[in-house]
Write a protein that binds this ligand. Structure first.
Ligand code: TRP
Length: 339
């Protein structure tokens, strides 16, 4: 069966190793096997939180350059920016007319924001407090899942590679599509989430999952010396070098494995078992990481020096995406009685 793979990349921070191992690498591998792949920068999703024009522009360039530098081939993957596809916003409105408000009330991000407001009120509230509970929540956050459903459904997507935290959003997209299909007969394609099981969660400097919100990340394109310095900050215990160590519980080993050959991985496993000093382990991680990142680092710097090139690539991608988008939108308009 022909499969269309699509995913959105929210530009919210400087891309780090965890993004690469957990999202970028598996998505690029998946694109190789799909009959069609569409990857896009979700700048209008980021707008619900980033109200600084320069910052938004900068993050879009950074994230686009990162994917290109790490091997996204625009000849194989349709690569574009969400805001360049006007058809999305029309479909988004159409979908919102089939979306139960209650479904949005149950979306994790919205619920978390309400829970924070509830907490700051001491944990109790009545219907009269509704306005307070929604304090600081804009409609962009609230309708986030509808726009995301439009992102997916506009391209008749079959498979959406995402992290665990996005599964609910894919389910919401399915719900909305099903609702439309129930009313009009088969119209929209139901998407499926693909959470790659074997991608280990990359541990950050403190051993917790690497995440911007824990402030424990390693940015992808640091100069070698800075990368090395940061790697040496990985939290380790005080066991002496001679003591045998368990590779499987070692964050450094997990990181190593992602960038080393199977033979190198087995060799380091042996050194752990025999007893290895943490300094030596960190040096080994630096070597494989730096080897893998040298070329992408160079390409990234090249692209960032020429933002017009990134813009041009994204514009070409948008033109190709819109060819597909127009067809689905036109079909949907007819289906609902709008011509
Ligand atoms: N919500 C996703 C995130 O925060 C980004 C995203 C936007 C997305 N639209 C999408 C992902 C469509 C997959 C499909 O990471």
């Amino acid at each position: 069966m022909a499969t269309t793979v699509l995913t959105g990349i929210k530009p919210t921070g400087t891309p780090h190793l965890g993004n690469y191992v957990g999202a970028i690498k598996p998505a690029l591998a998946l694109a190789e096997t799909a009959s069609k792949a569409l990857y896009f920068v979700a700048d209008y999703h980021a707008l619900n939180a980033i109200h600084d024009a320069q910052k938004l522009r900068g993050l879009v360039l950074e994230v686009a350059a990162t994917w290109l530098a790490l091997g996204l081939d625009p000849a194989k993957v349709v690569f574009y920016k969400q805001s360049d596809i006007p058809e999305l916003f029309e479909l988004s409105w159409i979908l919102s007319c089939f979306t139960a408000k209650g479904l949005m009330n149950r979306a994790h991000a919205y619920k978390a924001a309400v829970a924070r407001n509830l907490g700051s009120r001491g944990g109790t509230a009545s219907v009269d407090d509704m306005d307070d509970l929604d304090a600081g929540i804009n409609m962009g956050l609230y309708s986030y899942p509808v726009l995301m459903a439009a992102d997916i459904l506009l391209f008749k997507t079959n498979v959406v590679p995402v992290g665990k935290d996005q599964i609910q959003h894919i389910e919401i997209a399915r719900d909305i599509a099903q609702r439309v299909n129930t009313v009009y007969g088969p119209t929209l394609v139901l998407p499926e989430a693909r959470v790659s099981a074997e991608t280990a969660v990359i541990p950050g400097l403190d051993g917790r999952k690497m995440s911007k919100s824990y402030d424990n990340t390693i940015p992808l394109f640091l100069p070698p010396e800075k990368l090395r310095k940061l790697l040496f900050k990985y939290k380790t215990d005080s066991s002496p070098p001679s003591e045998p160590k368990d590779p499987d519980t070692s964050p450094l080993f997990h990181l190593y494995r992602e960038f080393a050959t199977p033979e190198e991985t087995e060799a380091l496993r042996g050194r752990y078992r025999a007893g290895i000093g943490w300094g030596e382990a960190k040096e080994a991680v630096f070597d494989v990481l730096n080897r893998a990142l040298t070329e992408p680092r160079r390409r990234y710097a090249e692209l960032m020096a020429e933002p017009e090139r990134i813009d041009a690539l994204l514009a070409e991608g948008a033109a190709r995406a819109r060819e597909i988008a127009r067809v689905t939108l036109e079909e949907t308009r007819r289906t609902i009685g709008v011509r």
